[in-house]
Design a protein around this ligand. Structure first.
Ligand code: ATP
Ligand code: MG
Length: 341
C-alpha cells in the first residue's frame, strides 16, 4: 500500500498565492506518483474567516482549477470539497472531546488572530486545529505537505492521535509533516517579517497566482528591502528579511540554490534582484494562467471532478468513522455512502 498524503487550502474568496504554491502545492504535485494523495478544498475552514459565503462554491471551483493548472491530476489524486464529505464535521465533534482547551489556547495562529481581531472572535477560529486534526486522521494520513505556519497544528494532531491510540489501541496512523527547507514561509512584500497570506487585506503584500504582469511588476518593484549601504545581497532572514525573501522566491521558482544566487548577485544592486524575480515569476504565472483560464470555463468538468472526488474520499472516511464508532461503543454502523448533491 502506498503512503497516504493529505493536505488542503482554504477558499478564502481569494486566489492562491505564490506562498501556497511554493510551500505546499509544488510538493503535492511531486508526491502524486508514489503516494495515495487526498487534496481537499477546505471550505468549512474558510467560513471561520470570511463573512460572505455566497460565492463559496465558485471560490472552491477557482481553487480546484488552480490545483489542476499547477499539475494536480484528478485521476491519480482525490480532489474534493470538505463540506461534501460529511464525516469531517462529525469526526471534528468526536475529537473535540479528546482535545484540551489549554492546548488549543496555546496555538500561535489563534493567539495572533485574537490579537488582531476588531470584533468578537468566533469559536470556529479556536476550533480550527481540531477540524484540521479530523481532516488528517480521517484518511489515516502518513504525510502532510504544508508550509511552516502549520507546523504547530500538526504537532497538536500528533498529540491528539497518540492520546487516542493510548486509550483505544492503534486506531490512527500518526502523520508526519513535510515542510521544505526553503519556500515554506514566503513573507509579505511590504512587511517581510510576517507571512504572506491570501486573505491579507493589503493586496500589495501578496503575489497571487492570477496576478497580471503589471500587477506583479508593480508589487515587486515596491517590495521592502533594506537601507544597508553599500547594498549587499545575501541570505539572512532575521536581519535582511526583504532580500532573503526575494532570494528564496528566485531559488525556489528557478530551482537553483541560494548560495549560487549569492555569488551571482555579489556586486549587483537590489534592483537587479527584483528584475530577475519579476522575470522568473512572470514566466511561471503566464504558463499557469493560460491553463487556468481554459480549465475554469468548464464548470461541468470541475463539478464532475468534485463529485467523483467526494465519493472516493467518503469511501475512505467511512472506514475510519466505522472504526471509531466501534471503539467508542456507538451502535450505529455507517454503511450509507450515497453522496447526492
Ligand atoms: P489564509 O489567509 O486564507 O489563511 P493562506 O495563504 O494562509 O490563506 P491557507 O489556505 O491557510 O493559505 O494554507 C494553504 C497551505 O499553504 C498550507 O499548507 C500553508 O501552510 C501554506 N502556506 C500559506 N501561506 C504560506 C506562505 N506564505 N509560505 C509558504 N506556505 C504557505
Ligand atoms: Mg492560512
Amino acid at each position: 500500500m502506498k503512503p497516504v498524503v493529505y493536505s488542503a487550502m482554504q477558499p478564502s474568496n481569494e486566489d492562491l498565492t505564490i506562498g501556497n504554491y511554493l510551500g505546499a502545492l509544488l510538493h503535492w504535485i511531486r508526491m502524486q506518483d508514489n503516494n495515495e494523495c487526498v487534496y481537499c478544498i477546505a471550505d468549512m475552514h474558510a467560513i471561520s474567516n470570511i463573512k460572505t459565503n455566497k460565492a463559496i462554491h465558485s471560490s472552491s471551483l477557482d481553487i480546484l482549477a488552480l490545483y489542476l493548472s499547477c499539475g494536480i491530476d484528478p485521476i491519480k489524486t482525490i480532489a474534493f470539497i470538505q463540506s461534501h464529505v460529511l464525516e469531517h464535521c462529525q469526526f471534528n465533534w468526536l475529537l473535540s472531546c479528546y482535545a484540551y482547551f489549554g492546548e488549543l489556547k496555546r496555538m500561535t495562529q489563534f493567539k495572533e488572530k485574537q490579537l488582531k481581531a476588531k470584533e468578537p472572535i468566533n469559536i470556529g477560529i479556536f476550533n480550527y486545529p481540531i477540524l484540521m486534526t479530523a481532516d488528517i486522521l480521517l484518511y489515516q494520513t502518513n504525510i502532510v505537505p504544508i508550509g511552516k505556519d502549520q507546523k504547530q497544528h500538526i504537532e497538536l494532531t500528533k498529540a491528539i492521535a497518540n492520546r487516542f491510540n493510548n486509550m483505544y489501541g492503534e486506531i490512527f496512523t500518526i502523520p508526519q509533516p513535510c515542510i521544505s527547507e526553503h519556500g515554506s514561509c514566503i513573507m509579505s512584500l511590504l512587511q517581510p517579517n510576517i507571512k504572506m497570506s491570501k486573505s491579507d487585506i493589503n493586496k500589495r503584500n501578496t503575489i497571487y497566482l492570477l496576478d497580471s504582469f503589471y500587477s506583479l511588476e508593480a508589487k515587486l518593484n515596491k517590495t521592502i528591502t533594506d537601507s544597508d549601504r553599500p547594498p549587499i545581497i545575501y541570505y539572512e532572514p532575521i536581519f535582511k528579511p526583504g532580500i532573503s525573501n526575494l532570494l528564496e522566491l528566485l531559488a525556489c521558482v528557478g530551482k537553483t540554490n541560494i548560495a549560487q544566487l549569492e555569488i551571482m548577485f555579489e556586486f549587483k544592486a537590489y534592483g537587479c534582484l527584483k528584475k530577475d524575480v519579476i522575470s522568473i515569476l512572470n514566466k511561471l504565472l503566464t504558463a499557469l494562467q493560460t491553463k487556468y483560464f481554459s480549465i475554469r470555463k468548464d464548470e461541468g468538468y470541475l463539478n464532475k471532478i468534485i463529485y467523483d472526488g467526494s465519493i472516493r474520499a467518503r469511501k475512505k472516511a467511512i472506514i475510519t468513522m466505522n472504526k471509531l464508532y466501534k471503539v467508542l461503543g456507538f451502535s450505529r454502523i455507517l454503511t450509507n455512502i450515497s453522496n447526492k448533491h
